[in-house]
Design a protein around this ligand. Structure first.
Ligand code: COA
Length: 381
């Protein structure tokens, strides 16, 4: 094993939206829509929309608040979406900009100069354009050498990115690889959809993966890893370049096609995801522990994907065979909501300072695809 994790970085937007604020905005939209459609609702042609509820959101998901890049338009019943002004091609794109913020932090934490980084991987759920790769733009902003490329494995992009970086290092392509996860999840969220409007937030994280020969003395040895995917339509986003070729399939209207796969924003069958992904991830972790001779109860911490608190509690219980203490599987989704691939990395970044030499932990992502990635790490001080 030649690659280790040297450091991480986290960029958090300044603005946040509490459940109460979000629900107030949503309910104002419901009132407006029901008033505008009163005749059709009265005639039984349309179903009236129903209010959202802050207590439901917290109980069902564990989410209390979310950081966002653009707050006011999301809460405006006439807009119900973030507004991120288009930029000229001469200006840095928003995704590259937030990725660079997180990346600089990771470089600084490891005492690494940008020019010593040989590859940048932008690994995230939603890329803002086809090409040039956002990662190449990040390379240019930071001044890193070598090459850069984008990849997307939805919520598992970061763990798949770490593993890809390991492969590049093992193959001799680079000694230092930056994996960056800029996630503007609010831009793919349908804020008019009561079932999902509370789920996502915005953030950017970065992980510096390096050859042991150049890594700082204090780092995280990667002692085992496993990636899996299994096709499912239960979490889906149909936005893509072929939309342009099918104008008749316009799924951007919010209330139309809310549950359907024609929607070009995020759609999911949350219940099915919950039921199917929990056993899949618990099995993955248990099998990998066995492969590497790790007793799950000896893991000091599991930095799990942050989609749903109840889901994490259940996964941890299935892995450990008992209820977990919050320190064993820390929660950031109360504050950040679901930030897709960044979730487990935020948890790792915020809750890893107390590890002593030799203590082990697990970074574990799971989500759309389905996809799941497990990276077992050991602290080297
Ligand atoms: N406010 C109030 N009530 C709401 C509501 C809201 N915002 N959204 C849904 N409800 C209602 C539903 O209408 C339903 O009412 P009914 O029982 O009268 O039909 C009830 O609450 C339960 O809805 P359901 O969708 O079954 O809730 P849930 O307990 O499954 O929780 C999720 C929903 C999305 C929080 C949960 O399923 C989840 O997180 N699943 C995992 C998703 C995941 O990990 N996705 C990965 C994404 S990358």
């Amino acid at each position: 094993m030649t690659a280790v994790i040297s450091s991480t970085g986290l960029w958090t937007p300044e603005q946040s939206i509490s459940n109460e604020e979000l629900v107030e905005g949503f309910n104002a939209y419901v009132d407006k829509w029901n008033t505008e459609n009163a005749v059709a609702i009265e005639a039984g042609e349309l179903e009236a929309l129903t209010y959202s509820n802050a207590a439901f959101i917290e109980k069902a998901s564990g989410i209390k608040s979310r950081f966002v890049i653009s707050k006011d338009p999301i809460l405006n019943p006439d807009i119900m979406a973030p507004r991120i002004p288009a930029r000229s091609n001469e200006d840095p794109s928003i995704l590259a900009e937030i990725a660079a913020h997180a990346a600089k932090q990771a470089l600084e934490a490891a005492g690494r100069k940008a020019e010593d980084v040989g590859a940048v991987i932008v690994a995230c759920s939603n890329l803002q354009r086809g090409y040039p790769a956002v990662a190449v733009e990040v390379q240019s902003i930071l001044g890193t050498s070598g090459f850069a490329f984008d990849m997307n494995v939805a919520c598992s992009s970061a763990t798949f990115g770490i593993e890809t970086a390991r492969g590049l290092i093992a193959g001799g392509q680079a000694k230092s690889v930056l994996v960056v996860n800029p996630e503007i999840c609010t831009a793919h969220l349908n804020f008019k959809d009561r079932d999902a409007h509370f789920i996502f937030g915005d953030v950017a994280t970065a992980i510096l993966v390096e050859h042991i020969d150049v890594a700082p003395k204090a780092h995280w040895e990667i002692i085992g890893s496993k990636l899996i995917t299994q096709f499912s339509n239960n979490i889906r986003n149909n936005f893509g370049f072929l939309n342009h070729t099918a104008p008749e399939d316009d799924g951007m209207q919010g209330e139309r096609g809310r549950k359907g796969l024609t929607d070009k924003l995020f759609v999911q069958n949350g219940r099915s995801v919950f039921k199917e992904v929990v056993p899949m991830v618990a099995k993955l972790i248990n099998e990998e522990c066995e492969t590497h001779g790790i007793d799950p109860n000896n893991l000091k911490r599991m930095w799990l994907h942050q989609a749903n608190l109840n889901m994490n509690v259940l996964i941890a219980k299935k892995v450990l065979g008992k209820d977990v203490e919050i320190e064993q599987a820390p929660v950031v989704l109360d504050e950040y909501a679901n930030t897709s691939s960044a979730g487990s990395i935020i948890a790792f970044h915020k809750y890893s300072d107390d590890f002593a030499e030799g203590e082990t932990g697990l970074i574990c992502s799971f989500g759309a695809g389905y996809s799941a990635g497990a990276i077992f790490v050991k602290r080297v001080a």
